[in-house]
Design a protein around this ligand. Structure first.
Ligand code: FES
Ligand SMILES: [Fe+2]
Length: 400
């Protein structure tokens, strides 16, 4: 099947299977294995899911200074994220307007311009084409080479800009330009945690990278349930009975809980002010933590004293690199006093991630086998409602 041929959800998932997914979680069956294991299904998502909504592609800190630019590839879409001379983050398709070479192949800093490596077409950091060296060829009489050619209008041949915005350190894009305004898209997150003053959250400079050897949906699904904690992440400790999986409109699925609290004084990180320094409550449970899985590929984990942002960068049906950035409240994000505790927070998250990788690797191969066998998956209605919601949102987006 050619990549350009329009693909449809019905070519992969029968209407009966979709109906079974739509049932309440206790009776529902999950997406068929081919939704994870078939490269053609990934092409369907590439055409119909990733371009349509808001997708995270990087962090603002990837381009900290004017003149910085980085290439980013995600789901077969290639971008340039650049910071222009006015300090604005701009995103462009990384395709030269001459004959389609990749314009930016390596990150760069202090750039005035971006020059294509094939024939030297040169763009400024607002994407404008400013030079087409030698395009006019050599003048017979003067022997001079001309950089102009009648019919090549530079004003019409700038890099194609991608609609983009920044939020909570993320750079988001909307490829088709048709998504609702980002502010309304993200509002359900604010509605869920109205007491949190997110403006206090500061980037610590700490980032991590990793890779799931599996489908991006499978990678998300390992994160949005607490069912597996005792088997895979025993160090997190007992679950508390306050677990909830939710859906926030078509924007996110979330999991939240109040875990068995740490004794106050366990660490010295400042908390969001509305907690008034309270780490543990009368019921022996700590403050609520909420993990938002912003569909399709951004995660914001909001804890009482730190916020972790994660991007999944699906490269193929079975390869999903991830990037993560750590944030703390106010000065604690960067001061010397909290240096060690910040690194301990990072290490805790890295450990949890590494524990999930083997599950994803194994299950990815099983999704292919169970598809051949026609074996469905099932959900725990208590623990896995967010997984069920997530699969429903994916199907909604692919059917629209
Ligand atoms: S393809 Fe970029 S200059 Fe020719
Ligand atoms: Fe996990």
């Amino acid at each position: 099947m050619s990549m350009m041929e329009p693909l449809n959800l019905e070519d992969f998932v029968s209407s009966e299977a979709i109906k079974r997914l739509r049932r309440p979680a206790a009776e529902a069956e999950g997406l068929p294995g081919r939704a994870y294991a078939d490269p053609a299904f990934f092409n369907l998502e590439r055409q119909k899911l990733f371009p349509r909504g808001w997708m995270a592609i990087g962090f603002e800190s990837d381009v900290p200074n004017a003149g910085d630019a980085v290439p980013v590839s995600i789901a077969g879409w290639d971008f340039i994220v650049a910071r222009n001379r006015d300090n604005e983050v701009k995103v462009f398709h990384n395709i030269c307007r001459h004959r389609s070479m990749t314009v930016l192949r390596e990150p760069c800093t202090k750039a005035q311009t971006l020059q294509c490596g094939w024939h030297g077409w040169t763009y400024d950091l607002n994407g404008r084409l400013i030079a087409t060296p030698d395009i006019g060829g050599v003048d017979e009489k003067s022997g001079k080479v001309s950089a102009e050619q009648p019919g090549i209008e530079k004003a019409k041949l700038g890099l194609r800009e991608v609609r983009s915005t920044t939020w909570m350190h993320f750079v988001f894009v909307n490829i088709d330009g048709q998504a609702e305004p980002f502010e309304s898209f993200i509002q359900p997150v604010f509605d869920r945690i109205p007491d949190h003053d997110l403006s206090l959250v500061k980037f610590s400079g700490i980032t991590t990278k990793a890779q799931f050897d599996g489908n991006w949906k499978l990678a998300i699904e390992t994160g949005c349930e607490d069912y597996h904690l005792p088997w895979v992440h025993p160090q997190i400790g007992e679950r508390s009975g306050t677990f909830a999986g939710e859906r926030g409109a078509d924007t996110y699925v979330s999991i939240s809980s109040r875990r068995k609290g740490n004794e106050p004084g366990d660490d010295s990180l400042p908390m969001f002010p509305h907690y008034n320094g309270k780490k543990m409550h009368e019921d022996g449970l700590g403050n609520e933590l909420v993990l938002f899985f912003i569909v399709p590929n951004a995660i914001v984990a909001v804890l009482d004293d730190h916020v972790v942002t994660t991007i999944y960068l699906p490269q193929s049906h079975d390869c999903t690199p991830t990037r993560r950035a750590f944030h703390f409240i106010g000065d604690a994000a960067t001061d010397e006093e909290h240096h060690a505790v910040r690194e301990a927070v990072r290490d805790g998250w890295v450990t949890v991630g590494e524990q999930d990788f083997p599950m994803v690797r194994e299950v990815q191969t099983k999704h292919a086998q169970r598809d051949e066998l026609g074996m469905p998956t099932r959900f725990s209605a208590y623990w896995e409602s967010a997984v069920h919601h997530f699969q429903n949102i994916v199907v909604d987006r692919l059917s629209a």
